[in-house]
Design a protein around this ligand. Structure first.
Ligand SMILES: NC(=O)c1ccc[n+]([C@@H]2O[C@H](COP(=O)([O-])OP(=O)(O)OC[C@H]3O[C@@H](n4cnc5c(N)ncnc54)[C@H](O)[C@@H]3O)[C@@H](O)[C@H]2O)c1
Length: 146
């Protein structure tokens, strides 16, 4: 079965992060600069303490009337992020994302530090590629090419 390790092999292990005390404005600029939907919020030791997403900003920021310049990321982030490891299978990621309504899962290493991040787009793309390869090999088999 395909695991998170396969995604990280292609996309790399870099994770875009922000400190809890940074302003929401700074976080939004970072999201726009990198064209992504979420940042992992890390403490001084680099350990994940939350996720700050566009959804957090929409619901707890703008709709709650908070100013992005004077509000800290910690006030809007979703705390205690659900994480996976490099060994987690993609089906398990999909289940977590669907049941817990998550779009981004930080990957934790053996020491609990951040080892990557997978998004719902990463998981869907990898599974689609896998299904397409499977269909091609079945078609080859049926037509006698395999
Ligand atoms: N063609 C591809 O390879 C590919 C991969 C992923 C997403 N997408 C598409 O992009 C759109 C949005 O994607 P999404 O909803 O999955 O989320 P997204 O826009 O937040 O993520 C886009 C990419 O950036 C990466 N990313 C996001 N936040 C990150 C962070 N903090 N640190 C490091 N990497 C981070 C994701 O892992 C993903 O590879 C969707 O339409 C999706 O289908 C395409």
């Amino acid at each position: 079965m395909t695991t998170v390790a396969q995604i990280l092999k292609h996309k790399g292990t870099r994770v875009l992060t922000i400190a809890p005390q940074a302003s929401v404005r700074e976080a939004l600029e970072r999201l726009a600069e990198h064209d992504i939907g979420a940042l992992v919020v890390v403490d001084g030791d680099g350990r994940p303490v939350g996720i700050f997403s566009e959804r957090d900003y929409a619901r707890r920021g703008i709709l709650a009337g908070r100013r992005s310049e004077t509000t800290a990321v910690a006030a809007l982030m979703t705390p205690d992020p659900v994480s996976v490891t490099v060994e987690t299978e993609l089906e398990a990621c999909m289940r977590l994302m669907t049941e817990r309504r998550l779009r981004h899962l930080p990957v934790r290493g053996e020491d609990g530090a951040l080892a990557g991040l997978v998004s719902i787009g990463d998981v869907v793309k990898t599974l689609l590629d896998e299904f397409a390869a499977h269909v091609r090999s079945l078609e080859d088999y049926i037509s006698g090419r395999g």
